[in-house]
Write a protein that binds this ligand. Structure first.
Ligand code: MN3
Length: 243
């Protein structure tokens, strides 16, 4: 039995498919099989893997405590819910927020969103030391923005301008890419009418940068370009275009 099969078996016998990043990675959207009770996925790399761009302590607290709290509060919100709701996947919860009982809707929106966004975020990160995108996503960036530097500029601008806490994203719109932002833990897949598939995102909540960069969000956004896992972004883009 391979390690992956062993993990699957363990997860299945535990009554829910959860996930090491390699299992999440194959999914599009990435978390189709994430089910109640939800679990925080392994980070998939050491806390210090993104130094000096994102520091060790930030990664540890962000993953274990902040992501952990979203998962814990999501499970709490669903604990007394109708079994039909408990059986909805993470994606279903987020794309059908309107169908949830009002009593739990806000808690699910915030905490399922937090779980979804962070599960994606960890996979989007890998130290690349300023490496540039390649493959289809590089072409999509050129086709949509004219050049990588224009894309960087517009994405950074969106990230810097998020008022308060939220995220900036690049989402697939057919073969083209767009830049959008979401407040709090809202996620592009929840957009009514036109759910969007995020292929790259940056968390601009202060908890994601304050220990190292304090109030200097632009400095964190600049550092972010050194820790993008372009291979994963390419996989997301390919899956989004196929969908
Ligand atoms: Mn965060």
């Amino acid at each position: 039995m391979t390690r992956r099969d062993a993990l699957k078996t363990v997860a299945l016998t535990a009554g829910a498919l959860t996930l090491d990043p390699s299992m999440l990675r194959a999914q599009n959207p990435p978390s189709t099989k994430l089910l109640y009770p939800f679990k925080v996925p392994d980070l998939g790399y050491p806390y210090d893997a993104l130094e000096p761009y994102i520091d060790t302590l930030t990664m540890q607290i962000h993953h274990d405590k902040h992501h952990g709290a979203y998962v814990e509060n999501l499970n709490k919100a669903l604990a007394d819910a109708d079994p039909k709701i408990q059986q909805m996947s993470l994606d279903q919860l987020l794309t059908k927020l309107d169908e949830l009982p009002e009593k739990i809707r806000t808690a699910v929106r915030n905490n399922a969103g937090g779980h979804y966004n962070h599960s994606l975020f960890w996979l989007m990160l890998r130290k690349n030391e300023g490496g540039t995108p390649s493959g289809d996503v590089a072409k999509a960036i050129d086709d949509s923005f004219g050049s990588y530097s224009t894309f960087q500029q517009q994405f950074s601008d969106a990230a810097t301008k998020v008022f308060g806490s939220g995220w900036a994203w690049s989402v697939a719109d057919g073969k083209k890419l767009k830049i959008v932002s979401t407040p709090n833990q809202d996620t592009p897949i929840s957009n009514r009418g036109t759910p969007e598939v995020p292929i790259l995102g940056i968390d601009v909540w202060e908890h994601s940068y304050y220990l190292k960069h304090q109030n200097r969000r632009p400095e964190y956004v600049k550092a972010f370009w050194n820790v993008i896992n372009w291979d994963f972004v390419n996989e997301r883009y390919a899956a989004a275009v196929k969908a």
